[in-house]
Ligand binder design. Structure first.
Ligand code: MG
Length: 510
């Protein structure tokens, strides 16, 4: 993902980073680790197993032990890369969490976290019931997440330990509204049942008018009324996820003053709450639903190519971010000095097509976006444009910061799980790019569907075996010419992490 990364030296400037005096010049590597390297807690690896898992030659596929269960009998498997980094930079987290109402129902949100881990409950059964007991226990949701680190495992480790806590904290601010729509102030949230002409709507319009001083004075122009925007309830959950990602990124930035948190990471998180599945993605991991052999994409990848126009627009609007070394324009190839004055195809942030322009001196600068497919890079440095961390990432041998071009905001897709009846072979597949680099959605769908069809339907371990099978298909086998998969194609040399989440459990709890 990274081709060139300047060493992560943290020079914290006064007034910018919390907890620094402005005179400190701490070296990131000299600080204590925020989180020591580990594999996901749910794998419960012994020290020996941890050491074996990092064998770049054998590349053993790690799976959930038969004695362990994740919520919904979720399957999981992972494998380390073929040598591109010493450690596995993917991380994973799976939890069943509870959002509790703020004590006393204060209108001032408390930042105190109330996440209560309930992973020990077998399969999380019965956790989604909206009955009286849940009123006191809080709002329960299921959470699965994958993080793909680059330039170190620090950011991925921290995010795997903390992102869900930020989600809980954000949900805590809206928990009453999300759980009990009847309690919504209709004119504030645009409750769906609210219709124009009802007394409540009239009060809202009157209030809106009075806020603008439109009091209906005789002879004054007729006031122009605007109803308040209707906000669907699921948007509150989407907003909570979006803000949780931002808070996580801000925490990494702040804590880099005190801890060694290396690199950055992509983040793909799925959450099941009140009958709906929310999938938030910042990066190039991917989630798909396989339902009755149909593929339903639940994420899109954020890469220099897919986000070219956003990045070019930023370079155009804030040219100082380009450091005088890059051009926001894209050309089909590098422009050479002898081509000045000649015409060449180009495109900018307003264009998806190409047009001709006359080449000038500024066009000789290196393109902000350069390369194709997996080799495309922002500022010749990074191949993914959304994620967490990377606050110190600079263009090699320069002081040009890349972070302003990266976004920590996820795209969130919503799937109303309770609208469909799911069979035992209907699953959500989540995986890091190590899988999708070598297997298409269709290949994954065919592999998972045929594998599960041949399993004992009473075997709760079958989803883990299906995940193991997928990782095996993407990693391949080691031959004289390297890792090879079906049809002698090149296997994935990246870290690979896969969840297979059966959706029928969501129907039972919706
Ligand atoms: Mg990867």
């Amino acid at each position: 993902m990274l081709t060139r990364v300047k060493s992560a030296v943290a020079h914290f400037m006064g007034g910018v980073m919390a907890g620094t005096s402005g005179t400190e010049h701490l070296h990131g590597a000299d600080l204590p680790l925020k989180c020591p390297y580990a594999r996901p807690d749910f794998l419960a690896l012994s020290p020996d197993e941890m050491e074996c898992s990092a064998d770049h030659t054998a590349r053993p596929i790690l799976t959930l032990k038969e004695t362990r269960r994740l919520a919904w009998a979720t399957g999981y498997a992972e494998v380390i890369n073929a040598g591109k980094s010493a450690l596995n930079e993917d991380q994973a987290c799976c939890e069943v969490l509870t959002v509790k109402r703020r004590p006393g129902g204060s209108s001032t949100p408390s930042r105190a976290l109330t996440a209560k881990r309930r992973s020990s409950l077998p399969n999380g059964e019965g956790l989604g019931r909206r009955d009286g007991s849940q009123e006191t226990a809080g709002l329960v949701f299921h959470y699965w997440a994958l993080f793909d680190g680059h330039a170190g495992s620090g950011a991925a480790l921290v995010a795997s330990k903390l992102l869900h806590r930020h989600i809980v904290a954000q949900l805590q601010e809206v928990v009453e509204l999300v759980r009990n729509p009847a309690s919504l102030p209709p004119t504030v949230l645009g409750e769906e049942g609210e219709q124009k002409g009802t007394p409540a709507a009239h009060r809202a319009l009157t209030r809106a008018a009075s806020l603008r001083g439109a009091t209906g004075t005789p002879g004054s122009p007729a006031p122009r009324f605007f109803a308040e925007k209707r906000v669907p309830h699921e948007s509150l959950v989407v907003g909570a996820l979006e803000n949780a990602f931002k808070e996580m990124d801000a925490q990494i930035e702040q804590e880099k003053a005190m801890f060694n948190i290396s690199g950055g990471c992509t983040a793909l998180a799925a959450m099941f709450l009140l009958g709906k599945l929310y999938v938030a993605n910042a990066g190039d991991s991917r989630a798909i639903i396989i339902r009755n052999s149909e593929i339903i994409p639940m994420s899109t990848e954020f890469t220099p190519e897919s986000e070219r126009q956003r990045l070019q627009f930023m370079g155009f609007m804030q040219p100082h971010l380009l450091g005088g070394e890059f051009t926001h324009l894209e050309f089909p190839r590098r422009v050479q000095r002898k081509e000045i004055g000649k015409k060449m195809l180009y495109r900018d942030f307003t264009m998806t097509g190409w047009a001709y322009k006359t080449i000038n001196d500024e066009d000789l600068r290196f393109p902000l976006i350069y390369g194709e497919g997996k080799k495309a890079r922002v500022m010749a440095t990074i191949g993914v444009t959304r994620g967490l961390g990377d606050h110190d990432l600079k263009v090699h041998d320069s002081n040009i910061s890349i972070k302003p071009f990266l976004s920590c905001c996820p795209e969130v897709k919503v799937y109303n799980l309770s609208h469909y009846e799911h069979g035992a072979n209907d699953v959500l597949v989540m995986a890091t790019d190590g899988l999708w680099d070598v297997l298409s959605n269709e290949e994954v769908m065919e592999s998972v569907t045929s594998f599960l069809a041949n399993c004992d339907p009473d075997d709760l371990h079958r989803y883990t075996m299906a995940a193991q099978d997928l990782v095996m298909r993407a990693r391949g086998v080691l031959r004289d010419c390297g890792w090879r998969i079906t049809n002698d194609r090149l296997g994935s040399g990246d870290d690979i992490s896969v969840y297979i989440i059966p959706l029928m459990y969501g129907n039972r709890q919706a």
